[in-house]
Each structure stands twice: as structure tokens, then as C-alpha cells.
Design a protein around this ligand. Structure first.
Ligand SMILES: Cc1ncc(C[n+]2csc(CCOP(=O)(O)OP(=O)(O)O)c2C)c(N)n1
Length: 647
């Protein structure tokens, strides 16, 4: 049978189809998404859940002039396929290919760049206000998941939209799942709405039955009506949203295209805010994803037939995430004060085992990073030792809590920042390349980054014994494969470790850049160049003595970090040198530039941005060739060129 999909070049082609064809098209899109994600990886389960919903919206609205705002944006694959990106869909999430998230730069049909959750309602309201000021009359839709609705920003926006009575359509895509099971009171409320449908159906049937009873039927029906108001408050869908100022519509079956189209046609004519509650199934139409939708939320490549994720033929060292989770369990066995907090990322942050072993010491707060940090603050004030595990990129949300709460009260919270540095296919919204900059300026913060999985264990142990805020940032992916040693030990904050000695220059490297630095140093020996390599370990406090010793030895500095250079580690060391040393020490800072870093494999991005060993080698060699060493004299040497430590 000829594929309908082959004829789809723009959403206009969808509008010509009948319901039967739309259903067939949904099946073909499902197949394309499954095939592509099985090769490239991606957000499979969420995308399979919104195929019919996406087609229905494009059928009814014209997003050349109407606006469609995807929340998180991880569910936009159908949208991409039918808005001119079908032929490039095979490049999904690959370097120079199309992004896994909406991108204004990619298409006139993408209206908001996203990746972080819960921004859709605010954006839609802003667009609605602008529309009204401009005297335009287009429709504005936001598609927000039940998981995304747990975040503060979504609730803040929900509050204002209802209050302003602006004409926006908020499509609540309710699959009862965040990445894992959705948590919290709102999730429970939505669940009751769906179950409330049973009440409505039951109520209709009951009235019909009562009416049929001769003599007393009518009076029993009016009695039932008297209770109805009360019952409505208890069961009728959407009362909460109605109270907030929305017209609630639903719950609608999110896989019935015909029903969805009819509903969208109706709500299109409404003048105020609409909340359309659509019930979908995550992973719809692909059994492994329906059954294991958490694993297929962000899937790595898999075998379509078996649903098994592809494994590399060679055994790999455990991931940093895995080592973090296991070590935290080891620590928590001995320390009953240790509690763990995740913001809707139990599996992603490696806390599954912890959540099972220490059920009453584990907290999933939903997609609520700000709350996670403040909640940890409360726990710390109550005598607990909270460990907040959040991806580096999502911690950006909680900056104020880091400053206003953790820092100002010097609370002993451990911040475990997973996925620090470049993360790969998820791209610019997900790279964790700012955390060194935004944490190092905060007073009272200790900031560490391990060079390998073994150092991560000891730094985590150190952090849980520390009495002030303590950040540990570590990268996505597998460890180095170094031996793991026990028992766990403290690594005194502010102590770096010198791994190699040389007089021509010193390389200060942090975290995952330490091993490449060692490799470069080894290679340079063949050129007759000898450099010291220091695993800085702690960005804050800096190991000032060691830095000064190295400046006295070589007087030429190279810094390497997988953070943006602005405000990063190289900047910190340069500031330290310029503040304390009356000597023009040559410094080469290697790190990420002041631009958005695109998506692509980390190894490809490393190469492009000069973080791979070859680039580091070339730049270091060039730098050493073109600069003069300026060793700092020892303090007691008779020269004006001594360092002064300004305290
Ligand atoms: C601020 C932020 N925190 C965490 C995440 C990671 N994340 C991506 S999707 C998702 C779950 C979203 O659930 P929901 O909105 O219900 O969408 P679904 O995947 O169920 O369709 C989470 C936690 C994120 N993108 N942004």
C-alpha cells in the first residue's frame, strides 16, 4: 500500500485527509518514529503518546499564523515530521542534523525553543498578551504534560492565565507519568478527574434507572439532583481549573483523532482561557515502550523486534551516575542522617537503589528544582544531611536558592550535579557548561570535580561529612575504568593533586579533562617539552600553595575545563594570579566559548571546540613555543617580582 506519509510536505496536506486516512497516517508516523529512534536514540515514549494529538491540532489550526508551544519540547517529533522535516528526520539528534527539541531556527512552525520543562504556559500567555496589544486574532496553544505541571513556573503561569482571562488553549497532556510515575497532589487530582468519568457515566445510567421506577422514580431523581452540586465538587472534572478561571474541557481520549478534532473545533471559538485535558498513553503503539515507558522515555538505540537496548560489544566501566548512586547507599548505611532528593529524575540521577533501600529517606519532589533545594535547606536546618542530585543544566533553575538560602545560611547541603559539561545529543538546552561559573561566585561554597569514578566516591564521602554547601560536578557517561578503593576517605577541601612534574609549564585540569591533560603531557615529552599536570580537584577553595609552587617552577600556565571560559576555572586561576603576583605570567585557557553549543556526540563537539587531546596538544605546544616562561621568584629571593597573597 502506498504510504500517505510520502505525500505530506506541510500541515496543509493533512487538512485534506479524512479520519480514516489520518488514522493510517498516525500509524505510518509511529513506524517512522520507532525506526528512527531505534537508531539515533531519543524521547520515544513521549512522542508515541502524542501522534494523534499533534495531527488533530495541525488539522484544526494553522500554525503559520497560530502559535504552538511545546512544553519541554521532547514530544515534537510528529510535529517535525509533518512540518517539512520528514526527509531530514533520519538525522534526528545527530551532529548537524535536526534537533530533538523545537527550534525557531529550524522551522517557521517552531515557536519556542525549549528543553527545560514547564515554560510553555508562561510563553503562551506572553504571546497572547502581545497578540492582543498588536490587535491580532490568532490562536495560541500550549501543550503541557502532567509532569511539567508540577513545576513552580507552570503553576505561576497557570495562576496568571486564569486571572487575566486571555484567550489561550492549554492542552494538558496527561499520561500520568513524568519520566517515572508522576508525583504529588496535582497528579492525584488529575487521576481523580479521570476516575470521575466513571462517576458521570454511572450517574447518567443511575438517573435513567431511577426514572424507570414507577411512582417514586421522579422524586428520587430530584433528590439525587439536590446532592449533585455537592457531588460535583467532589468528583466533577476540572473544578480546580474552573475555580482558577479556565473553562475545563475533558478528559478527552488523546488517541481518538476524530474526537480530538471535533473538540478542537469547539474550543477554537472560545473567548477565554481553555484547559483541554487530554488523556494519552506513553509509548502508545509500541509494546516495549508501553510496558517500560520509563526506560523508553529517553531511549538509547534499541532492537525494534525485541525492545532490547543495544549494548557495546566490549564491557564498559560503570557510569558516574551509577557510582554516585551506589556510593551514596554505602554512605547512607552508616550515616542515618543522609537523605536524598531528586527532581523527577530518580533513574537519571542514579537514585533508584537508594529509593528502594531507604524509602523514608528518599524524596522525589517532581520537576521542582527550586523547591528541591529549599526543601533540602529545611532538612539541613532540621539536622539532616541532604544530598540533592540534579543535572547541572537543571540546577540553573535554583540559582536563587543556592545564594539566598544554601549560601547565606551556610547550610550543609550536598549538590550532586550530574551531566556536567557537554552532554551530547540533547544539545544546547542540556549541556551543563555553566555550573562552575554560577557556583564559584557564591560565598561559602566548596566546589569539587572528580577526575574519575574512584575520586567521585571519596569526594562524595567528603561532602557528606562537610558542614557547608558542597557541590560535586561530574560528567555524563562511563567512568575511566580505574580501580575502586575502599574504605571511603576524606579529601581535604582545597587540596589539589599533582600527577606529573615538568618545568616548561603547568597544566591545571579539572574533572574529565584531567586524563586528556595527562595524555597530552606524555605526548609532549617526545617533543622535548616537559609539563606538570595538576588535578585541581577543588575549584573552590583553590589550592593556593600548590598553584604558587607551580608558578615558581615553570611560570607558564595552561588551564583546561569543560565549562564555558566566562567565569570558569581558567578565569579563576587567572584572577588569582593577577591579584597575587607581580609578574606577567603567560596563561592559556582552554574551555568552551561564549556561544550556544549545538547538539552532537561529545567526541565530535570536543573536537570542534578544542577539548580533544589532539587539539589540546597542538594548542599547548604552540603556546609553549610562542611564550616565555616567567617563573615567580620565591618570597625570600631579593627581587621585586615576588608574589603577595592578598587576604
Ligand atoms: C527543568 C527540567 N527538569 C527536568 C527535566 C527532565 N525531564 C524531561 S521530560 C520530563 C518529564 C516530563 O513529564 P511530562 O511533562 O508529563 O511529559 P511526558 O514525558 O510524560 O510526555 C523531565 C523530568 C527537564 N526537561 N527540565
Amino acid at each position: 500500500m502506498a504510504r500517505l506519509l510520502d505525500k505530506i510536505n506541510s500541515p496543509d496536506d493533512i487538512k485534506k485527509m479524512n479520519f480514516k486516512q489520518l488514522k493510517q497516517l498516525a500509524g505510518e508516523i509511529r513506524e517512522l518514529i520507532i525506526t528512527t529512534v531505534s537508531k539515533n536514540g531519543g524521547h520515544l515514549a513521549s512522542n508515541l503518546g502524542v501522534i494523534e494529538l499533534t495531527l488533530a491540532m495541525h488539522y484544526v489550526f494553522d500554525f503559520k499564523k497560530d502559535r504552538l508551544v511545546w512544553d519541554v519540547g521532547h514530544q515534537c517529533y510528529t510535529h517535525k515530521i509533518i512540518t517539512g522535516r520528514k526527509d531530514s528526520f533520519h538525522t534526528l539528534r545527530q551532529y548537524r542534523g535536526i534537533s530533538g527539541f523545537p527550534k525557531i531556527e529550524e522551522s517557521q512552525y517552531d515557536h519556542l525553543n525549549t528543553g527545560h520543562s514547564s515554560t510553555s504556559i508562561s510563553a503562551a500567555l506572553g504571546m497572547a498578551v502581545a497578540r492582543d496589544i498588536n490587535g491580532e486574532d490568532n490562536n495560541i496553544l500550549a501543550v503541557c504534560g502532567d509532569g511539567a505541571l508540577t513545576a513552580g513556573i507552570a503553576l505561576e503561569a497557570l495562576n496568571q492565565v486564569g486571572h487575566m482571562k486571555k484567550r489561550v488553549i492549554l492542552v494538558l497532556n496527561d499520561n500520568e507519568m513524568s519520566i517515572g510515575k508522576n508525583v504529588g497532589g496535582i497528579a492525584g487530582y488529575l487521576n481523580r478527574i479521570i476516575s470521575g468519568q466513571f462517576y458521570i457515566r454511572f450517574n447518567r445510567k443511575m438517573k435513567k434507572m431511577l426514572k424507570g421506577i414507577p411512582g417514586i422514580g421522579d422524586s428520587m431523581v430530584s433528590m439525587a439532583r439536590a446532592f449533585e452540586h455537592l457531588l460535583k465538587r467532589m468528583f466533577v472534572p476540572g473544578m480546580l481549573f474552573e475555580e482558577l478561571g479556565y473553562k475545563y474541557v475533558g478528559p478527552e481520549d488523546g488517541h481518538n483523532i476524530e474526537g480530538l478534532i471535533k473538540t478542537f473545533e469547539q474550543v477554537k471559538t472560545n473567548v477565554g482561557p481553555i484547559l483541554l485535558h487530554v488523556v494519552t498513553k506513553k509509548g502508545k503503539g509500541y509494546k516495549p515502550a508501553e510496558e517500560m515507558n520509563e526506560a523508553f522515555h529517553g531511549a538509547s538505540p534499541f532492537d525494534i523486534k525485541t525492545g532490547q537496548f543495544k549494548k557495546s560489544s566490549e564491557p564498559k566501566p560503570p557510569s558516574y551516575t551509577n557510582i554516585f548512586g551506589k556510593t551514596l547507599c554505602e554512605i547512607a548505611e552508616k550515616n542515618p542522617k543522609v537523605v536524598a532528593i531528586t527532581a523527577a529524575m530518580r533513574e537519571g540521577t542514579g537514585l533508584k537503589e537508594f529509593s528502594e533501600k531507604f524509602q523514608d529517606r528518599f524524596f522525589d519532589v517532581g520537576i521542582a528544582e527550586q523547591h528541591a533545594v529549599m526543601f533540602a535547606g529545611g532538612l539541613a536546618l532540621g539536622g539532616m544531611k541532604p544530598v540533592v542530585a540534579i543535572y547541572s543544566t537543571f540546577m540553573q533553575r535554583a540559582f536563587d536558592q543556592l545564594v539566598h538560602d544554601a549560601s547565606l545560611m551556610q547550610l550543609p547541603i550536598v549538590f550532586a550535579l550530574d551531566r556536567a559539561g557537554l552532554v551530547g545529543a540533547d544539545g544546547p538546552t542540556h549541556h551543563g557548561v555553566y555550573d562552575l561559573s554560577f557556583t564559584r561566585m557564591i560565598p561559602h561554597f566548596t566546589i569539587a570535580s572528580p577526575r574519575d569514578e574512584n575520586e567521585l566516591r571519596h569526594l562524595l564521602y567528603t561532602a557528606t561529612n562537610y558542614d557547608k554547601p558542597f557541590v560535586i560536578r561530574y560528567p555524563r557517561g562511563n567512568g575511566i575504568g580505574v580501580p575502586i578503593d575502599s574504605p571511603l576517605r576524606n579529601i581535604t577541601p582545597g587540596t589539589a593533586e599533582k600527577l606529573k612534574h615538568g618545568e616548561d609549564a603547568v597544566i591545571f585540569a579539572l574533572g574529565r579533562m584531567v586524563y586528556p591533560a595527562l595524555e597530552v603531557a606524555k605526548e609532549l615529552v617526545h617533543e622535548g617539552i616537559k609539563v606538570s599536570v595538576v588535578d585541581l580537584r577543588y575549584l573552590k577553595p583553590l589550592d593556593e600553595n600548590l598553584i604558587i609552587n607551580e608558578l615558581q617552577t615553570s611560570g607558564r600556565v595552561i588551564t583546561i575545563e569543560d565549562n564555558v571560559l566566562s567565569g570558569g576555572m581558567g578565569g579563576y586561576i587567572t584572577e588569582f594570579i593577577s591579584t597575587n603576583i607581580q609578574e606577567n605570567i603567560p596563561v592559556l585557557r582552554i574551555g568552551l566559548p561564549d556561544i550556544d553549543i549545538e547538539h552532537g556526540e561529545v567526541s565530535v563537539l570536543d573536537k570542534k571546540y578544542g577539548l580533544d587531546t589532539k587539539s589540546i596538544y597542538n594548542r599547548t605546544k604552540e603556546f609553549i613555543k610562542n611564550t616565555k616562561r616567567r617563573p615567580v621568584l620565591k618570597q625570600n629571593e631579593p627581587s621585586g617580582k615576588v608574589f603577595r597573597i592578598v587576604k
